[in-house]
Design a protein around this ligand. Structure first.
Ligand code: ATP
Length: 711
């Protein structure tokens, strides 16, 4: 079936008179564009055309991206000046290589041609041309080999350097900022390399085109003169400028044909997902007949993608004109041969033709790579923007713990610090909503409370009542939306955030095992001692993890995820192949139970305690996967280590902790519903007593064990 293309091209008159419409005349004028609509087969295509000439767009793009390009070039140069210089040299060589080789071939062939004409070959001329051409070929082969080696090295260095840059940019982002989608960067370390490559390729193709033009003018001196050169250049230029292409325009398309859409729906319907319904409803025949009807109505409308349809012309005249222009150099040659036969060189003509074809190719690459150039510049911009993310939480200037004033020096005159007994907190009317939260209610509302240094605090409350959020506010992972948090009587924002976090140990369900060895997973709690294996073993013991670690073949050196990358070719079906067996032996991820993971995380927290810097311990339900004995063990160890620390526990299980607590905070719907000791809260018979009794009742039929209020 011959595909026919129905194409209606018309500049769209803006349909809406309001400036709200994205295609209102005001908006289009602002961007200096017009929009045309095309029906290409089953597709409707809307294309934006810039009113400025294409070279102005190039100029604008280039001038805007120039500073970025310079910065990227400098950064990559600094990674390895030697490799980068070689890379640029190899690119320049690659751009002019073809023209140079053609030039040398031309010299050789012309010497041969002259020899044939005169009957006495120019031995010196032919010999030197052969040697030059051979040397050029050998140099090209060497450059290509050396280039590949050097480029692999440069690429690895550049990618690793930009990986480090992006890692450090991401590592310094605070929690509220990291949750904000708009601050998330899509940049990858590969962006730097590929962007540089794309930008350099763009300039290389320009250089390649210029070298071809230079060669054409050079050759035309012996055959045809400047007019002949212009005719040779005209063909690729006209062909390029005359080709309608969508690649340099902004456009979108959608399928606008009911019959085609119906055929697609019916094909989807006939697919596997609806098999049972089709069989039970006996719908097979109906589907086929409906498909046939839609197909008949579609007639000859093509379903080809608009990318290829847009480039096609409505009439053959443009193609015919391009072909005719392409033959002009030949016509001109024929005239020269008739009028001035001595000026004619067959060799130059052949080389000129070849050069003209190559020029067309180079110019085509320049135009095609203009879009890649823009994309590359956008990627570079994203890359550098990733390093400019501004944290939402402000950093303070006071170290934590803050040194006591000189008048409060210790007995021996040494500089003492605040927070000796632990971190003290005061919350005044704290309200908090998570950034970007869709909830109509605050996660915390008007919380006012005081936690004295060294107290053991237990937070209880139903799901979603704000317990974990309160812990995050106390740990300064977030700042309140309104209200104030004082730490040791100073606003929390006045301290250096890094110091506050160093003085805080958080043990929560969300804490995870890192992609490191188990020893490092524990040791990282106290980075300065992460190689102290005795300390790590002690922490593992306190966290309850040593027993299960001993059972692992590699013990503390086990990596749960070995991060082993493998690949194989043609081994899938041959499990007995010696290579398959070797591949199977390579390290694979190991899974351990949820409780065992929690024990490793707990061990990390104990390791953190050994630094002596921890003044606040936030324990947010870390025991969900632990059995009763392990949970009791963990809490006992944590409480035994409370000297000099304020401890806040979030728990749903009242048994072990609430009776030890100095203060219990009972949360409900983001508010602090009740606060006091176990006895006080039981006496109130409010929310806390209610939650407590529900649990107590679960252990005794009929609720006999539920406590009655005590004064
Ligand atoms: N990252 C978040 N983004 C948006 N909303 C959140 C986020 N984390 C929690 N919330 C919301 O904040 C409120 C308080 O949640 P929070 O996790 O503090 O409760 P919780 O008392 O710790 O609950 P649970 O007992 O289930 O752990 C809930 O309404 C919750 O949906």
């Amino acid at each position: 079936m011959a595909a026919t293309i129905e194409e209606k091209s018309s500049a769209i008159k803006a349909t809406s008179s309001t400036t709200d419409s994205p295609t209102s005349p005001e908006k289009l004028a602002e961007r200096n564009i017009t929009i045309s609509m095309h029906q290409l087969g089953v597709w409707k295509l809307k294309v934006a055309h810039s009113k400025s000439p294409f070279y102005m767009n190039y100029y604008r793009d280039f001038s805007q991206s120039y500073p970025l390009f310079v910065r990227l070039t400098k950064d990559i140069y600094n990674v390895s000046p030697r490799l980068f210089t070689f890379y640029i040299f190899s690119q320049i060589w690659g751009s002019i290589e073809e023209a140079l080789m053609m030039h040398l071939s031309g010299i050789l062939l012309r010497s041969v041609e002259n020899g044939l004409k005169t009957g006495s070959p120019d031995v010196w001329g032919i010999g030197s041309a052969v040697v030059a051409r051979l040397a050029c070929s050998l140099f090209a082969a060497f450059m290509s080999w050396q280039g590949e080696l050097a480029l692999a090295q440069l690429r690895t260095r550049v990618t690793t350097n930009f990986n480090m840059y992006l890692m450090s940019a991401r590592l310094r982002v605070d929690l509220p900022t990291s949750k904000d989608k708009s601050s998330e960067s899509e940049a990858t370390p590969d962006n730097a390399w590929y962007s540089l490559n794309d930008i350099i390729s763009f300039f290389s193709s320009i250089l390649s085109a210029l070298s071809q033009i230079a060669l054409i003018f050079h050759l035309s001196r012996s055959t045809g003169g400047p007019l002949f050169a212009i005719l040779c250049i005209l063909r690729p230029v006209v062909s390029l400028l005359g080709t309608r292409t969508i690649w340099d325009k902004a456009a979108y398309g959608y399928v606008d044909n009911k019959d085609y859409t119906r055929m697609k729906s019916l094909t989807e319907f006939a697919g596997g997902s609806y098999r049972q319904d089709i069989i039970s409803g006996n719908l097979g025949e109906w589907i086929m007949s409906e498909f046939k009807k839609a197909y008949d109505k579609l007639t000859d409308v093509t379903v080809e993608h608009p990318y290829s349809l847009y480039d096609r012309t409505e009439t053959p005249y443009r193609d015919m004109m391009h072909k005719a222009i392409g033959d002009l150099p030949m016509v001109y040659c024929a005239l020269i041969t008739i009028m001035r036969p001595s000026h004619f060189s067959l060799t130059s003509l052949a080389i000129l033709q070849q050069s003209s074809t190559w020029l067309g190719y180079s110019l085509g690459t320049v135009f095609q790579s203009s879009e890649t150039f823009r994309q590359a510049v956008t990627n570079v911009r994203k890359l550098y923007e990733a390093g400019n993310v501004v944290n939402k939480m402000s950093d303070g200037a006071i170290p934590y713990p803050a040194p006591l004033s000189l008048s409060e020096k210790g007995d021996a005159g040494e500089m003492k610090t605040e927070g000796e007994k632990g971190m003290g907190f005061e919350l005044k009317e704290v309200t908090f909503t998570y950034p970007g939260s869709q909830s109509t209610e605050n996660a915390l509302s008007s919380i006012s409370l005081t936690i004295k240094p060294g107290q053991l605090v237990v937070i209880v409350g139903s799901n979603g009542s704000g317990k974990s959020t309160l812990i995050r506010i106390l740990s300064r992972l977030y700042d309140p939306t309104s209200g104030q948090v004082l730490i040791d009587n100073r606003p929390s924002s006045s301290y250096l955030v890094g110091d506050l976090h160093r003085a805080t140990a958080i043990l929560s369900q969300e804490s995870s095992i890192y992609p490191l060895t188990l020893a490092e997973n524990i040791g990282i709690g106290y980075p300065e001692k992460s190689n102290d294996i005795e300390m790590i073993k002690k922490a593992a013991e306190e966290g309850g993890a040593s027993e299960f670690i001993k059972k692992l073949e590699a013990g503390l050196e086990t990596r749960l995820d070995p991060m082993q990358e493998t690949f194989s070719i043609n081994l899938y079906n041959d499990k007995e192949h010696p290579l398959s067996k070797e591949l199977d032996k390579l390290a694979k991820p190991i899974d351990v139970s949820g409780g065992e993971k929690q024990k490793v995380v707990a061990a990390r927290t104990f390791m953190r305690f050994y630094s002596g810097k921890v003044k606040f311990v936030a324990v947010d339900e870390p025991s969900s996967a632990l059995d009763a004995e392990a949970e009791l063990h963990l809490f006992q160890r944590l409480i035994a280590a409370r000297q000099g620390k304020t401890m806040v526990f979030v728990t749903h299980r009242f048994g072990h902790l609430t009776k030890f607590a100095d203060v219990i905070l009972c949360m409900k719907g983001g508010r602090l519903e009740e606060m006091g000791s176990h006895a006080e809260l039981m006496a109130k018979q409010g929310e806390y007593a209610n939650l407590y009794n529900i649990q107590a009742n679960a252990f005794s039929a009929g609720g006999e064990a539920a406590e009655t209020p005590t004064a």
